[in-house]
Design a protein around this ligand. Structure first.
Ligand code: SAM
Length: 422
């Protein structure tokens, strides 16, 4: 594997453009209060290993918190900076390794430290550094967001991963570039390990950038949740609750607190008021689950409603312009920044293409669907409907027309009302 820094981390295939709502401080505060604990007020926050930086750019430019973060992949840091270019305020983005960043003398104390999909992919030495950083830099009462691969869910993959890595390395020795070597290794393994066909078939459908970063770093350490708690005990933090609505056996995301305080009955009442979803005068919420909308799709959070501040609107629309441009050349971005929540709204890539068509001055669902179809074809993508990949032009066309009609009637008015788009 390419390893310019000697840390065993894949750095020639960029990571995917994911957004993680659980790192929005308002979602963290709401979730902790729902669990009966006093959440910290958040003025300063830090994201470690931010990847393409979609979460960091949105939270640091559209929310009211001073964010900073580091990721040692130079492309990642460059892309994250580009996403929030021109925003004021914007997060401080460093391209430093954890060891370099933790040694800085200008770091503040943080109210919130967040790391998504990092813990299981770094060495034990780097985990120890992270623990020490949390011990030194997380304020009393502060919160930690941590996600990791866990056991027993990943148990069958431990041996398979070794084979994958060996096969890809052999293919690279024959001269194949890493991306092709990974694809070939997955296909070979599916043939050789029929008893694991379900896992391997699901891997075949994932992007190479996901596969590279998930399995091809030197370090890949799924852990028992108890083992994670044992390491983090030295940082003085305690696991409070899941950040996922449905924790799985292979992946967990959690909130932890330093000096946790249980809310008394009166504060509990105040903090757990039914959440106010982002205000939609025109919307009938009947039948929709508030928790799903708040936590997973980002349409609202407690206290959302008043869109305060032109800076948040201006910054959100600036970032959204960048995300729409990105969506035209890469089938990954799926959120737009929302000034009412300081977070991202999960819309899906196809919806971003429809927004993009409109931004180019095309009018009406027909023209938006045509534009989306051109982009899909140019990028060799096929839409997925209810788990089925749509084959053939007419099916894709029907799907996009339906999507564009729904977008025009429902989604676009909501996005305009929330000042996500003008
Ligand atoms: C699996 S990716 C997750 C990215 C992002 N948090 C997300 O979920 O979209 C892990 C990230 O951590 C960064 N990383 C790994 N080890 C690091 C280190 N020692 N110092 C700084 N960044 C590191 C990688 O460059 C990569 O972007």
């Amino acid at each position: 594997m390419p390893d310019a820094r000697g840390d065993g981390y894949v750095d020639d295939i960029p990571y995917t453009h994911g957004y993680h709502a659980a790192m929005n401080p308002r979602v963290m505060q709401w979730t902790l209060a729902q669990a009966g604990y006093r959440p910290p007020e958040v003025r300063s926050a830090c994201e470690l290993g931010f990847g393409q930086g979609v979460s960091l750019a949105i939270h640091g430019s559209v929310g009211a918190v001073a964010w900073q973060g580091t990721d040692f992949n130079l492309d990642h840091a460059r892309n994250a900076r580009a996403l929030c270019e021109g925003c004021e305020p914007q997060p401080r983005i460093y391209a430093e390794s954890f060891a370099e960043y933790f040694a800085r003398s200008d770091l503040p104390a943080f109210d919130f430290i967040a790391l998504h999909a990092v813990w299981s992919w770094v060495s034990p030495e780097n985990r120890a550094r992270i623990v020490e950083f949390i011990r030194q830099r997380l304020r009393p009462g502060g919160a930690l967001y941590l996600s990791y691969n866990c056991l027993p869910g990943w148990q069958p993959m431990l041996a398979l991963r070794e084979q994958l890595v060996e096969r890809a390395a052999a293919a690279q020795r024959e001269g194949l570039p890493l991306a092709e070597a990974i694809r070939r290794a997955v296909v070979e393994l599916e043939r050789l390990e029929p008893e694991h066909d379900v896992i391997l078939h699901s891997l075949k459908r994932r992007s190479v950038s996901y596969l590279a970063h998930e399995f091809f770093n030197r370090d890949w350490h799924p852990m028992e949740p108890e083992a994670v708690a044992a390491e983090l005990a030295a940082a003085g933090v305690h696991r409070i609750c899941s950040a996922q609505t449905q924790p799985s056996r292979s992946f967990r995301s959690e909130y932890w607190l330093r000096d946790a305080t249980v809310l008394d009955a009166s504060s509990l009442d105040a903090s757990t008021q039914p959440c106010e979803l982002a205000r939609f005068e025109t919307l009938d919420w009947a039948g929709e689950s508030a928790q799903r909308l708040v936590l997973q799709e980002g349409w609202g959070h407690p206290g959302a409603g008043a869109i305060d501040g032109t800076a948040a609107i201006r910054n959100a629309q600036r970032i959204n312009g960048q995300l729409l441009t990105l969506a035209e050349r890469c089938a990954e971005p799926s959120v737009l920044a929302c000034p009412a929540t300081g977070g991202g709204i999960e819309l899906g890539w196809v919806t971003l293409l429809l927004c993009s068509a409109r931004r180019h001055g095309l009018t009406g669902p027909e023209a938006w669907a045509d534009y989306a179809q051109q982009r899909l074809e140019a990028l060799g993508q096929r839409p997925i409907e209810q788990g089925v990949v749509l084959q053939g032009g007419p099916m894709v066309r029907r799907f996009l027309r339906d999507a564009a009609a729904r977008f025009a009637e429902q989604t676009l008015p909501r996005l305009q009302e929330l000042r996500v788009l003008d």
